[in-house]
Ligand binder design. Sequence first.
Ligand SMILES: Cc1ncc(COP(=O)(O)O)c(C=O)c1O
Length: 391
Amino acid sequence: MELNEINPYVLKVMPSAMRKFDHDISVDPKIIKLTLGEPNFNVPDHIKQAAIDAINDNKSHYPYYWGYQELRDAASKYYRDKFGYDYPADQIVVTVGATEAVAVTVKTLFKPGDAVIIPTPAYPLYDASTTLNELNTLLVDTSDDDFILTPAKVQKAIDDHPDLNVKGLILTDPNNPTGVAYSKEQIAALAPVLKKNGIWVISDEIYGELTYGQKHYSISEYLPDQTIIINGLSKSHAMTGYRLGFIFGPSGFVDEIAKVHQFTVTAAASIVQYAAIEALEHGQDDSKPMLQEYEKRRDFVAKEMTEAGFDVVHPGGAFYVFAKIPVGLHMDSWAFVKTLAKEYHIGLMPGDPFGDNEYVRISYAASDEALAAAMKAVKQLVADHSVEPTK
Ligand SMILES: Cc1ncc(COP(=O)(O)O)c(C=O)c1O
């Protein structure tokens, strides 16, 4: 057997550089990590109790592959009330996290050879998904537009590649890694160019509930026939390990995605689905206390990083600050995070795996003490290592 004889598209995908870096620095007993997108809150008690009750009540049989009717009814109401989504239960599929939702949607909508636009910096899952499905990935850099994808950039990506069949766009709002949240106008402005060019939008709205002082707007309102929404409970209810996500989309297309989902995972775990029903029926306000904390931490981290000489784009949502490394340090993102980990025992994510090697990502879903120690260390690193003045 030769390794190079397996599917070449699998060989093309690298193991997650973020996970590896996180793993590597974890051997340091003194390390404080602000690396992964992992809330430092626990699952709310009433949701945990629902999971325990489901176990005790022997809710242990195969669920219907779309997900329990009660859960899809609850999702229909919850997301209509929160964001105005307009989907009855028969247009909603329950998935194993947003990750599976993205994977099966990409698999269903596109044929090998189709091209998909991914605005960068971006969550690395998307590029891996398009590559695994033998698609052409069009990375579109948004850094010169404050990390907002503009209609002009979409049109340019299409015009610059007349040889490619551009069929899709994967949009993340609010964004990981930048924390940028689109305004209503910015979302609405994208719809005409996508409609004109017949482009599907996979709209990853997993951070939709985590916005600060601004509302979340879904592109599905403007482009209902061409949008598949990805959402889930990992971030809004701190349920990352439960692995529960949702797909919302037009009839017919969602049915096709549900087939791929069935033959990939059968269904999301029964116990977790019962916990999710509780989250959606009685946990409408669960994210509020987390949001208050996140907002304070965001303000603190953004202020400290700016003081340290980093350029910080205003993060309106999610729980990340994406900061441009001062030129005076003469460090790319890997050099910076490796130095910070080795000499100061603080772990941040390099921007490189997201597509921008001049930035670092700070996850502020961490304790105040951890954030204070990290900011002190960043300032110390800048003081110790600057080759030229930072400003
Ligand atoms: C933008 C984005 N989409 C999807 C995911 C994965 O979500 P899940 O844990 O529900 O699979 C993440 C996790 O960090 C994310 O940041």
